[in-house]
Design a protein around this ligand. Structure first.
Ligand SMILES: *Cc1c(COP(=O)(O)O)cnc(C)c1O
Length: 360
């Protein structure tokens, strides 16, 4: 009898991505703060647009995403021709690796970087290289020192997940300036909307040949379940990625929801203001309890405990109260819990539970 086929090199080295849990046995009113989802849900405008589009689900969606790209271009003041839309930004990260990385190539990411970077790198046969951070923040000098002729991509999320820290504009430019020729800096802007007066690197990506930006509808826009992301960068890169893109990668329902959400600036403004308020409450509350917590520019905070045992004990107590946060051991931070910023009631419930745990 024949044996099962062997996959390409690298694929069996991939550690499966673990999503945030969403259920706790015995609790009907679970507060899920483990996946950085929008506590305000999806905008009503997007829900209505999706429902209308669903009535035409027997029709193939358009393949050029022209309507969504035009709306993104209008809101962000960028060129629609240089936008590509994917099934979440995860798909765009995947295309970048498929297009530019192969056996013998390296991809740099910060030591606590998003797990999709090494996953997609290995899927393409390349070698992910984790570069040390400084105080849980991207270390530009270490990144530049690690970049070689073999380095094809450099991924940084700004703000970063799971640390929430931010790299300033001058540091980003220094990184882009110092990379070897032919190496692309990918700025993952999944949380860029949460930083006031920050373009997520779109200006750089518009002006340079070696910077590419990814963005998502999964966080601020409240559409994590719809799976829509987009990328922006040099025309040459967009043209390459479009060859890998499936012609019907986004459903008409997803396209309609995303276009409506992008147009709904009032929703974004409300969510931004509330996130800033609740994030400050949460960080102050954690510090009052004697826990370490960096300044965060995202919609989550990283709470640091004395050690992994203490982090696990707190995690277990929160679960017993129906609150799910994320133990980030898989990111090399076993003594930390990442907590999504909730709405006002959610933040109160989390802080009360943390206070009870601390007092016990
Ligand atoms: C949540 C997140 C994304 C978004 O992924 P999607 O596939 O667009 O849902 C991308 N990068 C980082 C760092 C994230 O935390």
């Amino acid at each position: 009898m024949q044996s099962a086929p062997q996959p390409q090199p690298g694929i069996l080295d991939i550690a499966l991505y673990q999503g945030g849990a969403s259920k706790v046995a015995g609790h009907s009113d679970v507060l899920k703060l483990s996946s950085n989802e929008n506590p305000h849900g999806a905008p009503a405008s997007a829900q209505a647009a999706a429902a209308e589009a669903a009535a035409a689900m027997h029709l193939y969606p358009n393949t050029d995403h022209a309507g969504l790209r035009a709306k993104i271009a209008e809101v962000h003041g960028v060129e629609a021709e240089r936008i590509i839309c994917g099934v979440g930004s995860d798909e765009i990260i995947h295309w970048l690796c498929q297009a530019y990385v192969g056996p013998g190539d390296e991809v740099l990411h910060p030591e606590y970087g998003f797990l999709m970077y090494p996953i997609s790198t290995r899927a393409a046969g390349g070698a992910p290289v984790a570069v040390g951070e400084r105080n849980r923040t991207v270390d530009v000098d270490a990144m530049l020192a690690a970049a070689t002729e073999r380095t094809k991509l450099v991924f940084i999320a700004n703000p970063a997940n799971p640390t929430g820290t931010f790299l300033g504009g001058q540091d980003v430019v220094r990184l882009a300036d110092g990379l070897p020729d032919g190496c692309l800096l990918v700025m993952d802007g999944a949380y860029a909307e949460y930083v006031e007066d920050f373009d997520g690197g779109l200006g750089l990506a518009g002006a340079r040949q070696n910077v590419f930006v990814t963005r998502t509808f999964s966080k601020m826009y409240g559409l994590g379940g719809m799976r829509v992301g987009w990328g922006y960068g040099p025309q040459e890169v967009i043209d390459v990625l479009n060859r890998l893109r499936g012609p019907f990668n986004l459903s008409n329902v997803a396209l309609a929801a995303a276009e409506a959400a992008m147009a709904d600036r009032a929703f974004v403004d409300r969510c931004l203001a509330d996130n800033t308020t609740q994030r400050t409450r949460l960080i102050d509350g954690l510090r009052d309890l004697g826990l370490g917590c960096d300044r965060s520019e995202a919609n989550f905070v990283l709470a640091r405990f004395a050690d992994e045992d203490e982090a696990l004990a707190c995690d277990a107590f929160l679960k017993s109260q129906g609150i799910i946060v994320r133990h980030v051991a898989a990111y090399g931070l076993p003594h930390c819990l990442r907590m999504t910023v909730g709405d006002d009631a959610g933040t109160t419930r989390l802080l009360d539970a943390l206070g009870t745990w601390r007092a016990a």
